[in-house]
Design a protein. Structure first.
Length: 236
């Protein structure tokens, strides 16, 4: 792809979080699912794309903000490759010692994915990063990670976001199961369920929402639609 890609098709977004919430692992998944890499790197193995410095690989943490590029077709545009959007993804440090890297990165972002540990919820550096995004007026998507860990709670993590970061946060997806029973997610926009199969969940499978989750999904979808309408005068 040319460096002079049409600006209207370019999006810069950052991945920010408290240390060990899973930012770099999330970046690796983005590269894999968009076809930019054919192997999912692991932080503990020291083979991730964004943690390229020797010190980062030895310590298992991100020290400097690193940029990666990938391309993705918006689902509503079908398979026309001319419609592909270029994503410049900035993987930022989570450790408090390198927080200045996060603040500098905010200046160039169109949006940010804020990653949370599904066991811990909002943590101190989560609040700091959120404040930086507020100051820079960067829109945010919250991503609750590690829901397969012992002690994980989607609802407690979501409640901590409402309590400590923003009362305007609204669910866009809900999990199917938790801890060792975690199976996938339900997308409340498309009203589809997704599970991840194969080695390290490499294969994404879409299927109908299980009957036992359907009422819950309809309830939270109604809340999502209501919140969208509240914030868009054209839909009132």
């Amino acid at each position: 792809m040319s460096r002079d890609y049409p600006l209207e098709k370019v999006r810069n977004f950052g991945i920010v979080a408290h240390v060990d919430a899973g930012k770099t692992t999330t970046s690796e998944r983005i590269l894999y699912y968009t076809g930019e890499s054919h192997k999912i790197g692991e932080v503990h193995e020291g083979n991730t794309v964004t943690d390229w410095m020797e010190q980062e690989r030895e310590r298992g943490i991100t020290i400097t903000a690193a940029a990666i590029t990938c391309f993705w077709n918006p689902s509503y545009m079908g398979t026309d490759t001319s419609k592909k959007v270029r994503f410049n993804v900035i993987d930022t440090p989570g450790h408090i010692d390198f927080t200045s890297e996060v603040k500098r990165s905010m200046r160039v972002l169109d949006g940010a994915v804020v990653v949370f540990d599904g066991v811990a919820g909002v943590e101190p550096q989560s609040e700091t990063n959120w404040r930086y995004a507020e100051e820079a007026e960067v829109p945010r998507v919250c991503y609750i990670n590690k829901l397969d860990r012992t002690g994980a709670s989607f609802e407690k993590s979501y409640a901590s976001i409402l309590d400590r970061l923003s009362t305007k946060a609204v669910r866009m997806q809900i999990p199917i199961g938790l801890e060792d029973k975690f199976e996938g997610v339900i997308d409340l926009l498309g009203m589809k369920a997704y599970k991840f199969e194969g080695e390290m969940g490499k294969n994404v499978i879409a299927y109908d929402i299980p009957a036992e989750y359907l009422d819950e999904a309809k309830k939270y979808r109604a809340e999502l639609v209501e919140r969208i309408v509240e914030n868009d005068d054209a839909l009132m």
